[in-house]
Design a protein around this ligand. Structure first.
Ligand code: HEC
Ligand code: HEC
Ligand code: HEC
Ligand code: HEC
Ligand code: HEC
Length: 141
């Protein structure tokens, strides 16, 4: 079921996680907002202004930054607009559900792949078990 996107840069999750960068350092909405967010190239440059600049894939990062263009990452998770789903990260973070439950183990991954399937059934199965809201308006707008 994995869905792999062809990304503009071979961004290695595992390398950065091994350096001690946490998920929410980069996805800084995941604990407090609805959307987790994908980091701006400006955040990459906090390190790559100085570090690993000789690596070919890092050179591409620097090129985007120099041109003041965001890296056009392709999304791998999400729902069609017509399903009118409102997913919210913050309540799940507060309920201590690990990122890996819904996104798989990224500590061994390069670019993210969709390794977990999300649909109404998978949402509701957990909501029932955890006594989280099951009314239509909780998840739909
Ligand atoms: C906390 C500092 C830090 C941040 C922030 C950071 N990087 Fe890195 N990155 C590194 C270091 C250090 C390396 C070299 C690691 C090594 O070789 O062991 C690296 C390596 C890389 C590589 C090369 C991997 C390879 O071996 O070819 C790419 C590509 C990369 N980073 C992209 C990014 C992107 C894109 C962002 C922003 C989303 C980012 N980095 C943010 C520190 C950082
Ligand atoms: C150094 C910054 C950085 C760190 C640390 C990081 N990520 Fe990412 N993440 C990215 C970037 C850049 C992308 C876009 C490229 C891709 O899809 O891999 C991304 C993509 C993702 C996606 C795919 C989103 C989508 O819909 O396309 C998920 C899920 C994700 N990260 C989860 C995590 C988790 C969980 C952790 C911690 C275990 C983590 N990330 C750590 C930078 C980071
Ligand atoms: C209960 C399941 C669940 C948990 C837990 C969860 N996510 Fe997500 N995540 C999703 C779903 C579903 C989407 C797609 C939402 C959408 O597009 O409306 C998503 C989307 C994302 C994206 C894409 C960008 C964005 O702004 O939404 C990133 C990055 C991401 N998650 C990172 C994380 C990180 C990091 C954690 C842990 C701190 C985490 N997620 C925890 C289910 C989850
Ligand atoms: C692994 C378990 C789990 C999964 C999977 C899960 N949720 Fe949740 N969800 C929870 C828990 C626990 C809460 C927190 C309930 C609380 O705060 O009392 C929650 C809260 C929410 C809330 C906030 C509700 C409110 O009104 O406060 C929304 C919206 C939501 N989930 C949507 C979704 C959607 C959409 C999916 C599927 C893409 C999903 N959830 C998947 C466990 C889960
Ligand atoms: C816990 C979250 C959650 C709750 C509660 C929930 N849904 Fe959903 N629903 C979803 C998600 C997520 C999808 C998108 C599934 C996908 O894209 O595969 C969806 C999809 C749908 C769709 C299909 C839309 C389309 O165009 O694909 C309908 C219809 C729907 N829901 C109706 C309802 C109704 C009616 C209720 C109340 C009885 C309800 N949902 C309650 C999460 C939820």
């Amino acid at each position: 079921m994995a869905y792999a996107a062809s990304q503009p840069i071979a961004f290695p999750h595992k390398t950065h996680i091994q350096l001690g960068v946490s998920c929410i350092d980069c996805h800084s909405g995941a604990d407090i907002r609805d959307a987790a967010g994908i980091p701006s190239v400006k955040k990459c440059m906090l390190c790559h202004d100085k570090l690993a600049r000789e690596k070919p894939e890092v050179k591409k990062v620097i090129e985007y930054a120099n041109k003041n263009i965001e890296i056009p990452w392709e999304r791998v998770y999400g729902f069609s607009k017509t399903a009118h789903v409102k997913f919210r990260h913050a309540p799940h973070y507060r309920a201590n559900i690990p990122c890996a439950t819904c996104h798989g183990d990224l500590t061994k991954a390069t670019v993210a792949e969709r390794v977990v399937t999300h649909n109404m059934g998978t949402c509701l199965t957990c909501h029932r078990q955890r006594k989280a809201p099951e009314d239509c308006a909780a998840c739909h707008y």
